[in-house]
Design a protein around this ligand. Structure first.
Ligand SMILES: *Cc1c(COP(=O)(O)O)cnc(C)c1O
Length: 418
Protein backbone atom coordinates (compact mmCIF):
# COMPACT_ATOMS: atom_id res chain seq x y z
CA UNK A 1 0.00 0.00 0.00
CA UNK A 2 1.35 3.42 -0.94
CA UNK A 3 2.33 5.57 1.98
CA UNK A 4 0.72 9.02 1.87
CA UNK A 5 2.84 11.82 3.23
CA UNK A 6 1.02 14.02 5.70
CA UNK A 7 1.77 17.72 5.78
CA UNK A 8 1.16 19.60 9.01
CA UNK A 9 0.22 23.27 9.01
CA UNK A 10 1.52 24.65 12.28
CA UNK A 11 4.13 26.88 10.68
CA UNK A 12 7.88 26.44 10.99
CA UNK A 13 9.69 25.49 14.17
CA UNK A 14 11.79 28.63 13.71
CA UNK A 15 8.78 30.86 14.29
CA UNK A 16 9.41 30.40 18.02
CA UNK A 17 6.02 31.47 19.29
CA UNK A 18 6.70 29.66 22.54
CA UNK A 19 9.65 30.11 24.83
CA UNK A 20 9.96 28.86 28.39
CA UNK A 21 12.78 31.15 29.43
CA UNK A 22 11.22 34.50 28.72
CA UNK A 23 9.14 34.81 31.86
CA UNK A 24 10.48 36.14 35.15
CA UNK A 25 9.10 33.12 36.98
CA UNK A 26 10.85 30.79 34.52
CA UNK A 27 14.24 32.46 34.95
CA UNK A 28 13.92 32.57 38.75
CA UNK A 29 12.99 28.87 38.82
CA UNK A 30 16.13 28.09 36.79
CA UNK A 31 18.33 30.00 39.22
CA UNK A 32 16.76 28.21 42.18
CA UNK A 33 17.42 24.82 40.63
CA UNK A 34 21.13 24.99 41.50
CA UNK A 35 20.51 25.53 45.18
CA UNK A 36 20.99 22.65 47.58
CA UNK A 37 17.64 22.25 49.35
CA UNK A 38 19.32 20.53 52.32
CA UNK A 39 21.60 23.46 53.00
CA UNK A 40 20.54 25.47 56.06
CA UNK A 41 21.62 28.79 54.60
CA UNK A 42 18.67 31.07 53.89
CA UNK A 43 17.95 31.89 50.26
CA UNK A 44 17.50 35.64 49.71
CA UNK A 45 14.80 36.07 47.05
CA UNK A 46 15.44 39.37 45.24
CA UNK A 47 14.18 38.04 41.92
CA UNK A 48 10.39 38.11 41.84
CA UNK A 49 8.31 41.13 42.74
CA UNK A 50 5.92 39.42 45.13
CA UNK A 51 6.34 40.53 48.74
CA UNK A 52 3.27 38.68 50.02
CA UNK A 53 5.41 36.10 51.86
CA UNK A 54 7.18 38.77 53.96
CA UNK A 55 5.68 39.50 57.40
CA UNK A 56 6.28 43.25 56.84
CA UNK A 57 3.89 43.23 53.89
CA UNK A 58 0.88 41.58 55.46
CA UNK A 59 -2.64 41.78 54.08
CA UNK A 60 -4.88 44.26 55.85
CA UNK A 61 -7.68 42.51 57.83
CA UNK A 62 -10.26 44.73 56.06
CA UNK A 63 -9.57 42.79 52.87
CA UNK A 64 -9.83 39.38 54.55
CA UNK A 65 -13.06 40.34 56.31
CA UNK A 66 -14.56 41.72 53.10
CA UNK A 67 -13.90 38.46 51.24
CA UNK A 68 -15.10 36.28 54.13
CA UNK A 69 -18.28 38.30 54.40
CA UNK A 70 -18.94 38.17 50.66
CA UNK A 71 -18.32 34.43 50.61
CA UNK A 72 -20.48 33.65 53.66
CA UNK A 73 -23.38 35.77 52.42
CA UNK A 74 -24.11 33.09 49.84
CA UNK A 75 -25.03 35.85 47.39
CA UNK A 76 -21.95 35.59 45.20
CA UNK A 77 -21.83 32.00 44.05
CA UNK A 78 -23.17 32.66 40.58
CA UNK A 79 -21.39 33.78 37.41
CA UNK A 80 -20.58 37.47 37.51
CA UNK A 81 -21.82 39.69 34.67
CA UNK A 82 -19.28 40.07 31.80
CA UNK A 83 -16.94 42.89 32.80
CA UNK A 84 -17.77 42.53 36.48
CA UNK A 85 -20.38 43.27 39.15
CA UNK A 86 -21.69 46.78 38.58
CA UNK A 87 -21.16 48.05 42.13
CA UNK A 88 -17.58 46.74 42.03
CA UNK A 89 -16.90 48.42 38.70
CA UNK A 90 -18.32 51.61 40.18
CA UNK A 91 -16.00 51.40 43.19
CA UNK A 92 -12.94 51.05 40.93
CA UNK A 93 -14.19 54.00 38.82
CA UNK A 94 -14.52 56.09 41.99
CA UNK A 95 -11.11 55.04 43.26
CA UNK A 96 -9.41 56.00 39.98
CA UNK A 97 -11.40 59.23 39.65
CA UNK A 98 -9.88 60.59 42.90
CA UNK A 99 -6.68 61.23 40.92
CA UNK A 100 -8.31 62.45 37.68
CA UNK A 101 -9.70 65.83 36.64
CA UNK A 102 -12.96 64.12 35.55
CA UNK A 103 -15.18 61.28 36.73
CA UNK A 104 -14.95 57.81 35.25
CA UNK A 105 -18.26 55.96 35.21
CA UNK A 106 -18.73 52.26 35.94
CA UNK A 107 -19.15 51.82 32.20
CA UNK A 108 -15.53 52.86 31.66
CA UNK A 109 -14.18 50.11 33.92
CA UNK A 110 -13.98 46.36 33.28
CA UNK A 111 -12.81 43.89 35.90
CA UNK A 112 -10.19 41.30 34.93
CA UNK A 113 -8.29 38.45 36.55
CA UNK A 114 -5.37 40.73 37.48
CA UNK A 115 -3.42 43.07 35.23
CA UNK A 116 -2.11 40.03 33.40
CA UNK A 117 -5.52 39.25 31.96
CA UNK A 118 -6.03 42.94 31.24
CA UNK A 119 -2.82 42.88 29.15
CA UNK A 120 -3.89 39.68 27.42
CA UNK A 121 -7.28 41.13 26.52
CA UNK A 122 -5.80 44.41 25.23
CA UNK A 123 -3.32 42.57 23.02
CA UNK A 124 -6.13 40.39 21.63
CA UNK A 125 -8.17 43.49 20.92
CA UNK A 126 -5.33 45.25 19.10
CA UNK A 127 -4.02 42.26 17.12
CA UNK A 128 -4.60 42.38 13.38
CA UNK A 129 -2.43 41.33 10.44
CA UNK A 130 0.58 43.62 10.16
CA UNK A 131 -0.07 45.52 13.39
CA UNK A 132 2.82 46.55 15.61
CA UNK A 133 2.97 47.77 19.20
CA UNK A 134 5.64 49.96 20.76
CA UNK A 135 6.99 48.56 24.03
CA UNK A 136 9.51 49.99 26.50
CA UNK A 137 13.02 48.56 26.83
CA UNK A 138 13.68 47.58 29.56
CA UNK A 139 10.15 46.40 30.21
CA UNK A 140 7.90 43.68 31.51
CA UNK A 141 8.41 40.45 29.51
CA UNK A 142 4.75 39.43 29.68
CA UNK A 143 4.00 42.01 26.96
CA UNK A 144 6.53 40.43 24.59
CA UNK A 145 5.22 36.91 25.25
CA UNK A 146 1.66 38.04 24.72
CA UNK A 147 2.48 39.80 21.44
CA UNK A 148 4.44 36.80 20.17
CA UNK A 149 1.52 34.48 20.82
CA UNK A 150 -0.89 36.79 19.03
CA UNK A 151 1.44 37.52 16.11
CA UNK A 152 1.76 41.20 16.91
CA UNK A 153 5.06 42.74 15.85
CA UNK A 154 6.94 44.32 18.75
CA UNK A 155 9.05 47.45 18.37
CA UNK A 156 11.08 48.66 21.33
CA UNK A 157 11.69 52.23 22.34
CA UNK A 158 14.38 52.91 24.93
CA UNK A 159 14.06 54.20 28.44
CA UNK A 160 17.02 56.47 29.14
CA UNK A 161 18.96 55.58 32.33
CA UNK A 162 20.94 58.81 32.32
CA UNK A 163 17.69 60.81 32.25
CA UNK A 164 15.79 59.10 35.09
CA UNK A 165 14.56 56.40 32.69
CA UNK A 166 12.27 58.69 30.70
CA UNK A 167 10.90 57.52 27.36
CA UNK A 168 13.16 58.22 24.37
CA UNK A 169 10.48 60.12 22.45
CA UNK A 170 12.73 60.65 19.41
CA UNK A 171 12.97 56.86 19.24
CA UNK A 172 9.19 56.56 19.42
CA UNK A 173 8.90 59.02 16.55
CA UNK A 174 11.20 56.99 14.30
CA UNK A 175 9.72 53.60 15.24
CA UNK A 176 6.07 54.34 14.61
CA UNK A 177 4.44 53.87 11.22
CA UNK A 178 0.93 53.46 9.83
CA UNK A 179 0.67 49.98 11.35
CA UNK A 180 1.51 51.07 14.88
CA UNK A 181 -1.59 50.79 17.03
CA UNK A 182 -0.42 51.55 20.55
CA UNK A 183 2.45 52.34 22.85
CA UNK A 184 2.80 50.93 26.35
CA UNK A 185 4.20 52.76 29.34
CA UNK A 186 4.68 51.34 32.82
CA UNK A 187 4.43 53.97 35.54
CA UNK A 188 5.66 53.71 38.29
CA UNK A 189 8.21 51.64 36.45
CA UNK A 190 9.03 47.98 36.49
CA UNK A 191 11.97 47.22 36.21
CA UNK A 192 13.50 50.66 36.81
CA UNK A 193 11.63 52.00 39.86
CA UNK A 194 11.17 55.31 38.06
CA UNK A 195 8.21 57.69 38.31
CA UNK A 196 7.29 59.96 35.40
CA UNK A 197 6.65 63.65 35.96
CA UNK A 198 3.51 65.45 34.80
CA UNK A 199 5.55 67.25 32.12
CA UNK A 200 7.03 64.05 30.73
CA UNK A 201 3.67 62.28 30.58
CA UNK A 202 2.25 65.28 28.77
CA UNK A 203 5.00 64.98 26.16
CA UNK A 204 4.28 61.24 25.85
CA UNK A 205 0.62 62.09 25.25
CA UNK A 206 1.45 64.71 22.61
CA UNK A 207 3.83 62.37 20.80
CA UNK A 208 1.28 59.55 20.82
CA UNK A 209 -1.41 61.92 19.57
CA UNK A 210 0.76 63.08 16.68
CA UNK A 211 1.51 59.48 15.70
CA UNK A 212 -2.06 58.22 16.15
CA UNK A 213 -1.18 55.80 18.94
CA UNK A 214 -3.39 54.66 21.77
CA UNK A 215 -1.51 54.85 25.09
CA UNK A 216 -1.76 51.77 27.30
CA UNK A 217 -0.64 52.78 30.77
CA UNK A 218 0.31 49.92 33.07
CA UNK A 219 -0.29 51.44 36.51
CA UNK A 220 -0.17 48.25 38.51
CA UNK A 221 2.23 50.15 40.86
CA UNK A 222 -0.02 53.23 40.90
CA UNK A 223 0.53 55.34 44.04
CA UNK A 224 3.43 53.13 45.16
CA UNK A 225 5.78 56.13 45.17
CA UNK A 226 8.17 57.13 47.93
CA UNK A 227 10.55 59.69 46.38
CA UNK A 228 10.29 63.29 45.22
CA UNK A 229 8.08 62.72 42.17
CA UNK A 230 4.33 62.48 42.70
CA UNK A 231 2.37 59.79 40.86
CA UNK A 232 0.31 61.20 37.99
CA UNK A 233 -2.05 58.82 36.19
CA UNK A 234 -1.80 58.87 32.39
CA UNK A 235 -5.59 59.29 32.27
CA UNK A 236 -5.01 62.95 33.20
CA UNK A 237 -4.00 63.48 29.55
CA UNK A 238 -6.97 61.82 27.88
CA UNK A 239 -8.04 65.15 26.37
CA UNK A 240 -4.89 64.82 24.25
CA UNK A 241 -4.85 61.10 23.48
CA UNK A 242 -7.05 58.09 24.33
CA UNK A 243 -5.67 56.21 27.33
CA UNK A 244 -6.33 52.71 28.59
CA UNK A 245 -5.20 52.24 32.17
CA UNK A 246 -4.42 48.80 33.55
CA UNK A 247 -4.21 48.09 37.25
CA UNK A 248 -4.97 45.65 40.05
CA UNK A 249 -4.91 45.04 43.79
CA UNK A 250 -1.81 42.84 43.41
CA UNK A 251 0.85 45.37 44.34
CA UNK A 252 -0.55 48.28 46.36
CA UNK A 253 -2.78 46.01 48.45
CA UNK A 254 -0.27 43.13 48.23
CA UNK A 255 -2.92 40.64 47.09
CA UNK A 256 -1.44 39.12 43.91
CA UNK A 257 -3.13 35.77 44.47
CA UNK A 258 -6.64 37.20 44.54
CA UNK A 259 -6.48 37.96 40.82
CA UNK A 260 -8.44 41.17 40.70
CA UNK A 261 -7.51 43.81 38.17
CA UNK A 262 -9.08 46.24 35.77
CA UNK A 263 -9.11 47.95 32.40
CA UNK A 264 -10.16 51.61 32.63
CA UNK A 265 -11.00 53.59 29.51
CA UNK A 266 -10.37 57.32 29.22
CA UNK A 267 -11.63 58.32 25.81
CA UNK A 268 -12.75 61.96 25.89
CA UNK A 269 -13.07 62.25 22.11
CA UNK A 270 -14.76 58.85 21.68
CA UNK A 271 -11.96 57.65 19.41
CA UNK A 272 -11.89 54.16 20.93
CA UNK A 273 -15.67 53.95 20.69
CA UNK A 274 -15.67 55.00 17.06
CA UNK A 275 -13.09 52.38 16.13
CA UNK A 276 -15.01 49.72 18.07
CA UNK A 277 -12.12 49.09 20.46
CA UNK A 278 -14.54 49.21 23.39
CA UNK A 279 -16.94 46.76 21.70
CA UNK A 280 -14.00 44.48 21.08
CA UNK A 281 -12.98 44.58 24.76
CA UNK A 282 -16.56 43.64 25.69
CA UNK A 283 -16.46 40.81 23.22
CA UNK A 284 -13.21 39.46 24.71
CA UNK A 285 -14.73 39.63 28.18
CA UNK A 286 -17.62 37.48 26.95
CA UNK A 287 -15.22 34.78 25.79
CA UNK A 288 -13.09 34.60 28.97
CA UNK A 289 -13.89 34.67 32.68
CA UNK A 290 -12.90 37.43 35.08
CA UNK A 291 -12.15 37.25 38.80
CA UNK A 292 -14.20 34.99 41.11
CA UNK A 293 -17.53 36.62 41.94
CA UNK A 294 -17.00 36.80 45.72
CA UNK A 295 -13.60 38.48 45.24
CA UNK A 296 -15.29 41.05 43.01
CA UNK A 297 -17.93 41.58 45.67
CA UNK A 298 -15.24 42.40 48.26
CA UNK A 299 -13.68 45.15 46.15
CA UNK A 300 -15.82 48.14 47.23
CA UNK A 301 -14.86 47.50 50.89
CA UNK A 302 -11.19 46.93 50.08
CA UNK A 303 -10.89 50.12 48.02
CA UNK A 304 -12.84 52.40 50.33
CA UNK A 305 -11.95 51.06 53.79
CA UNK A 306 -8.25 50.16 53.75
CA UNK A 307 -6.79 52.88 56.01
CA UNK A 308 -4.14 55.31 54.72
CA UNK A 309 -1.65 54.24 57.37
CA UNK A 310 -1.53 50.78 55.81
CA UNK A 311 -0.17 52.26 52.57
CA UNK A 312 2.07 54.69 54.45
CA UNK A 313 3.64 51.78 56.30
CA UNK A 314 4.34 49.94 53.01
CA UNK A 315 5.84 53.08 51.49
CA UNK A 316 8.04 53.71 54.54
CA UNK A 317 9.49 50.20 54.24
CA UNK A 318 9.99 50.50 50.49
CA UNK A 319 11.66 53.91 50.89
CA UNK A 320 14.11 52.53 53.42
CA UNK A 321 14.73 49.45 51.29
CA UNK A 322 15.38 51.54 48.16
CA UNK A 323 17.79 53.76 50.11
CA UNK A 324 19.57 50.74 51.47
CA UNK A 325 20.05 49.24 47.98
CA UNK A 326 21.25 52.53 46.62
CA UNK A 327 23.79 53.32 49.32
CA UNK A 328 25.11 49.77 49.54
CA UNK A 329 25.48 49.25 45.79
CA UNK A 330 26.69 52.61 44.56
CA UNK A 331 30.15 52.08 46.04
CA UNK A 332 30.58 48.63 44.50
CA UNK A 333 33.08 49.05 41.67
CA UNK A 334 31.63 46.49 39.27
CA UNK A 335 28.09 47.90 39.58
CA UNK A 336 26.79 51.28 38.36
CA UNK A 337 23.56 52.71 39.75
CA UNK A 338 22.25 55.44 37.47
CA UNK A 339 19.00 56.08 39.33
CA UNK A 340 17.71 55.83 42.88
CA UNK A 341 14.21 54.30 42.75
CA UNK A 342 11.25 56.54 43.58
CA UNK A 343 8.47 54.02 43.06
CA UNK A 344 7.48 50.35 42.57
CA UNK A 345 9.86 47.82 44.18
CA UNK A 346 12.84 47.46 41.85
CA UNK A 347 16.23 48.93 41.07
CA UNK A 348 18.08 48.45 37.77
CA UNK A 349 21.86 48.49 38.02
CA UNK A 350 24.54 48.01 35.39
CA UNK A 351 27.36 45.48 35.52
CA UNK A 352 30.83 46.82 34.70
CA UNK A 353 32.00 43.53 33.24
CA UNK A 354 35.48 44.76 32.39
CA UNK A 355 36.22 44.82 36.11
CA UNK A 356 35.13 41.22 36.65
CA UNK A 357 37.25 38.14 36.29
CA UNK A 358 35.50 34.90 35.35
CA UNK A 359 32.06 36.33 34.64
CA UNK A 360 31.12 36.89 31.03
CA UNK A 361 27.62 38.33 31.29
CA UNK A 362 24.57 39.08 33.47
CA UNK A 363 23.29 35.50 33.26
CA UNK A 364 26.56 34.03 34.48
CA UNK A 365 26.65 36.64 37.26
CA UNK A 366 23.18 35.62 38.46
CA UNK A 367 23.81 31.88 38.12
CA UNK A 368 27.05 32.05 40.10
CA UNK A 369 25.53 34.39 42.68
CA UNK A 370 22.66 31.95 43.22
CA UNK A 371 25.00 28.97 43.45
CA UNK A 372 27.60 30.54 45.71
CA UNK A 373 25.69 33.06 47.80
CA UNK A 374 22.08 31.83 47.66
CA UNK A 375 20.91 35.22 46.45
CA UNK A 376 18.42 35.34 43.61
CA UNK A 377 18.40 38.41 41.35
CA UNK A 378 17.17 38.79 37.81
CA UNK A 379 19.56 39.05 34.84
CA UNK A 380 18.77 42.23 32.92
CA UNK A 381 18.39 40.33 29.66
CA UNK A 382 15.08 38.98 31.00
CA UNK A 383 13.69 42.52 30.95
CA UNK A 384 15.49 43.51 27.75
CA UNK A 385 18.82 44.97 28.94
CA UNK A 386 21.82 42.71 28.62
CA UNK A 387 24.45 42.99 31.36
CA UNK A 388 22.19 44.85 33.74
CA UNK A 389 20.55 43.42 36.87
CA UNK A 390 17.09 43.89 38.32
CA UNK A 391 16.98 43.70 42.11
CA UNK A 392 13.65 43.53 43.96
CA UNK A 393 13.83 45.23 47.34
CA UNK A 394 10.33 44.46 48.67
CA UNK A 395 11.41 41.98 51.34
CA UNK A 396 12.24 42.13 55.04
CA UNK A 397 14.92 44.75 55.63
CA UNK A 398 17.07 42.28 57.58
CA UNK A 399 17.00 39.84 54.65
CA UNK A 400 17.70 42.66 52.22
CA UNK A 401 20.75 43.73 54.27
CA UNK A 402 21.98 40.15 54.32
CA UNK A 403 21.41 39.81 50.56
CA UNK A 404 23.24 43.04 49.76
CA UNK A 405 26.27 42.09 51.84
CA UNK A 406 26.41 38.71 50.10
CA UNK A 407 26.25 40.49 46.71
CA UNK A 408 29.08 42.78 47.82
CA UNK A 409 31.21 39.85 48.99
CA UNK A 410 30.55 38.08 45.70
CA UNK A 411 31.52 41.15 43.67
CA UNK A 412 34.70 41.60 45.69
CA UNK A 413 35.66 37.99 45.06
CA UNK A 414 35.28 38.33 41.31
CA UNK A 415 36.72 41.82 40.90
CA UNK A 416 40.02 41.73 39.01
CA UNK A 417 43.12 42.24 41.04
CA UNK A 418 45.79 44.38 39.41
C1 LIG B 1 3.07 42.44 38.48
C2 LIG B 1 2.88 43.14 37.18
C3 LIG B 1 1.79 42.86 36.36
C4 LIG B 1 0.82 41.75 36.66
O1 LIG B 1 -0.01 42.12 37.69
P1 LIG B 1 -1.25 41.23 38.17
O2 LIG B 1 -2.27 42.24 38.54
O3 LIG B 1 -0.77 40.47 39.36
O4 LIG B 1 -1.68 40.36 37.06
C5 LIG B 1 1.63 43.60 35.20
N1 LIG B 1 2.50 44.55 34.84
C6 LIG B 1 3.60 44.84 35.60
C7 LIG B 1 4.54 45.90 35.15
C8 LIG B 1 3.83 44.12 36.78
O5 LIG B 1 4.93 44.39 37.50
Amino acid sequence: MAETLTTWHFGTKEEQRVSTTDTIKGVVAKLLKDIDVNDKRQVIPLGKGDPSDSPSFKVHPIAEDAVAEALRSGEFNSYAPDGGILSSRRSVAEYLSHSLPYELSFEDVYLTAGTKQAIDIMMSVLARPGANILLPRPGFPLYESCCRLKNIEVRHFDLLPEKDWIVDLDGVNTLADENSVAMVIINPGNPCGNVYTYEHLQKVAQTARKLGLLVISDEVYGKLVFGDTAFVPMGVFSSIVPVITLGSISKRWILPGWRLGWIAISDNDCILKTFKIVDCIKCCLKITSGPATFIQAAIPQILSKTPEDYFENTLAILREAANLCWYELKDVACISCPYKPEGSMFIMVKLNLYLLDGIKDDIEFCVKLAREEYVIILPGITVGLKNWLRITFAIELTSLKDGLSRIKAFCKRYTMKY
